[in-house]
Structures are given as C-alpha cells and as structure tokens.
Ligand binder design. Structure first.
Ligand code: 5RP
Length: 231
C-alpha cells in the first residue's frame, strides 16, 4: 500500500468510525456498502457487543454478510415501517449534498433504503467532496436484455462514453441480476433533471444520482479530524 492509499484509508476510517455517534439505542439503521462503511460496521459491532441494541437493514449482500459476521442483528426492508437513519458512502458529494453513488454496484438497494429512511448520512474521505458532479463515471443499473439499446438512449443525454462494467472478464451482475453501465459525463450541470431523464429510459432500472436525499456528510480528513457538511 503506498502512502497516498494509506492516507485515503485513514480518512475513510475516520469518517466511518465517527458515524456511530449518530446511532441511538433501539434505532433501525440502513447500513450502506463499501470500504468506508466497513469501518462504520466495525465500530458499530463494538457498541453492539457492549449491549447496544439496534437492527440493521443492509444495502447489499456484501454488507449483509459483513454485518452478520460482526454480530449486528438484521431485519428485512419489508418488515420495517420506516428506517430511522441510513449511513452510507458515496463516490462524489457536491456542496448541496447531491451525490453520485454506485461505485460498488449496489445503488438500487442503496437508493431504496435511503428512500425508506428518515435521514441519510454520508461518510466519505475528504477527496469525495467536489464542486460539480460528473468526474466520477455515473453508474446506471440496467436490464441485461437489450442493454445496447438502453446505452444508445443514455448516450443521447450528452454522455461521452459508456462502459459496461466487468468483473473477472464477464459483465458485472448486480445483487438484483442487472448490468451496470458506467457513464462518463465529465460534468453534470443539472443532476435532478438528468436523474429524471435517465429513469424515463426503458431498460434503466435506477441511476446513481442521489438527489435531495442526504442531510449530513461526514468527511474524514488526513489528520484524523472530520468536516461535517449539513443541509
Ligand atoms: C456502493 C457505493 C459506495 O458507497 C461508494 O462506491 C463509496 O465506496 P467507498 O466507501 O468504498 O469509497 O455507492 O454502491
């Protein structure tokens, strides 16, 4: 691991561990996916081991497995009236707390859980804060059938390049059996409009723009401090 990677990892750890401060006993928590959330799960498991009672709704199979291994009780999304708080990572966060998510391929379940939550708190290394969304290729979850047609429609929304996400030489398959198209927009001027336009394309299941969902972002800094951004 080079020093740059070490610094980023430290920032993720700082943000992930800080987020347990938001958890109250008895809460139902949406548990996000990714390398920053890993540190949140580890910190939460320590509280649970000390007698703190919470129930988690996982945003992916990976998180489900990790939460179980760490002794966190889980509950199905269908069995909760409302989630008190969701904690999740992000790939880009702008100053209005609009997000790009889905780098880990779990955007559909993540968005459903965010939509079922009273509050969404984002945890990220400081490098995820951006002035404008779009440098990170926007993940779009699509039905495998006819995906090239779906990609053509996406291209018409001023997308520069579309890449079918791969894993070990085959198309990456999401937890819900879909493909992910990584769409290089470079800069996104009107994220709310783009999100609506994308979701209106036949074959698109969901896109990675999370608009007006997050209310707090916790950015971990290199020196072990955090910067809180609130809406
Ligand atoms: C997964 C996500 C992740 O939250 C996002 O990719 C950030 O991941 P990491 O914390 O590993 O940087 O949206 O679908």
């Amino acid at each position: 691991m080079n020093s740059e990677m070490n610094a980023q990892e430290k920032m993720k750890q700082t943000a992930g561990e800080y987020a347990v401060k938001f958890i109250q006993p008895g809460m139902i928590i949406g548990i996000g996916t990714g390398s920053t959330v890993y540190y949140f799960i580890k910190a939460l498991s320590k509280k649970v081991a000390a007698g703190f009672e919470v129930k988690g709704v996982p945003t992916s199979r990976k998180t489900e497995e990790l939460a179980r291994q760490n002794g966190i009780a889980l509950i199905d999304l269908n069995d909760v009236p409302l989630i008190d708080l969701a904690i999740d990572g992000a790939d880009e966060v702008d100053s209005n707390l609009q997000l790009i998510k889905g780098g880990g391929g779990s955007l559909l379940q993540e968005k459903m859980i965010a939509a079922a939550s009273k509050q969404l708190i984002i945890i990220a290394d400081a490098g995820k804060a951006v002035d404008r969304l779009g440098k990170f290729p926007l993940p779009i979850e699509v039905i495998p059938y006819g995906w090239k047609q779906t990609a053509k429609h996406i291209q018409q929304l001023n997308c520069n390049e579309i890449v079918l996400r791969q894993k070990e030489g085959n198309p990456f398959i999401s937890d819900h059996g879909h493909y992910i198209l990584d769409c290089h927009f470079d800069k996104i001027d009107n994220a709310a409009l783009l999100s609506q336009q994308l979701n209106a394309i036949p074959g698109v299941v969901e896109n990675g723009l999370f608009i007006n969902m997050a209310s707090i972002a916790v950015f971990g800094n290199e020196d072990g401090t955090v910067r809180l951004a609130e809406k």
